[in-house]
Design a protein around this ligand. Structure first.
Ligand code: SF4
Ligand code: SF4
Length: 124
């Protein structure tokens, strides 16, 4: 972050980390995700079929002016941010699924179970 647009930005890309997680397959896996979602600052999203955990957590090197204190030595993930496509433009990320709390996930699972039941009935 120190392209022209970054000067106007609040360091949006420096306030979270997103990591891939295993695609949940069974009840236990979904329950683990419920546990993630019970914590502050955690959300889960699915993009191109892959599941990710998003952790809202400000980078220690983002300074009071919202600029990077270790710019020349920043990690490669930070170097990958391009101002044309970065979080500054936010809006719709096109996630297939997004859960910000346990209730979101429970609702999704209830609908999924309902769909399975309906499908089962159609076959009978
Ligand atoms: S979100 Fe974009 S504009 Fe903002 S600091 Fe990151 S790279 Fe710069
Ligand atoms: S190291 Fe610098 S560019 Fe990378 S997240 Fe932290 S403040 Fe942002």
């Amino acid at each position: 972050m120190s392209q022209p647009l970054c000067e106007k930005c609040a360091g949006l890309c420096c306030r979270y980390l997103a990591l891939p997680i295993e695609t949940p397959e069974g009840k236990g896996d979904y329950d683990d995700i419920r546990w993630y979602l019970a914590h502050e600052g955690i959300s889960i999203f699915v993009e191109d079929g892959d599941w990710y955990i998003n952790i809202a957590n400000r980078c220690k090197y983002l300074n009071q002016d919202n600029l990077c204190d270790i710019y020349e030595n920043r990690p490669r993930i930070c170097r990958g941010y391009e101002e044309e496509t970065c979080d500054y433009h936010s809006g719709d990320y096109g996630y297939e699924l997004y859960f910000s709390c346990i209730e979101d996930l429970d609702e999704y699972l209830a609908k999924k179970t309902q769909r399975k039941k309906t499908k089962g009935k159609k076959k009978n």
